[in-house]
Design a binder for this molecule. Structure first.
Ligand SMILES: Nc1ncnc2c1ncn2[C@@H]1O[C@H](COP(=O)(O)OP(=O)(O)OP(=O)(O)O)[C@@H](O)[C@H]1O
Ligand SMILES: [Mg+2]
Length: 146
């Protein structure tokens, strides 16, 4: 699906919709690969995603690479920012495989850094800018109906 977005609020709302959709599908595990250039709105999207699980205050985990959140009902959300990751050794050092194989939902910014390590069944979200409006974005989501 392709969405035409005109504000940060809409990006956040779409993230939330994806979270709701994952909840409805009762998936035990999911990996969301979130890509797009710097400052395009990936973290804003993650914030919306987490809000579907009653989690607020999501910030970029830039220095820690991964932040772990837990909803009231025990659902775990792993929020990665892979911008500073350089190859598989870096990933191994943060326990990437353990995270993505455990029950819960992984949402990862900058998977373009580690294309080979994105699970095949990943839901993919790509955000790009539009030319007409500073706040304009095109968001494409594949792998799940939203
Ligand atoms: N339509 C939009 N959707 C999302 N963010 C928008 C939009 N229009 C403007 N913005 C602004 O762009 C910025 C996006 O910041 P955000 O941290 O989410 O980007 P990012 O893609 O995570 O960046 P980085 O690559 O550094 O991790 C925010 O300041 C937000 O207000
Ligand atoms: Mg970010």
């Amino acid at each position: 699906m392709i969405y035409n977005i005109t504000s940060p609020e809409e990006t956040e709302a779409l993230g939330r919709k994806l979270g709701e959709s994952i909840k409805q599908n009762e998936l035990k595990r999911a990996f969301i690969a979130l890509d797009g250039e710097m400052g395009v709105g990936k973290t804003v999207f993650c914030r919306g995603f987490a809000s579907a699980f009653g989690i607020s205050g999501v910030k970029s985990p830039t220095y820690t690479i991964v932040n772990e959140y837990r909803s009231k009902d025990g659902t775990k959300i792993f929020h990665f920012d892979l911008y500073r990751i350089d190859g598989y050794d870096d990933l191994a050092s943060i326990g990437y495989d353990d995270y993505i194989m455990s029950d819960g939902y992984s949402i990862a910014e900058w998977t373009a850094r580690i294309p080979e390590e994105v699970p095949e069944e990943a839901i993919r979200v790509t955000i790009s800018r539009t030319n007409d409006n500073e706040n304009g974005r095109i968001i494409e989501i594949t792998g799940i109906p939203v």
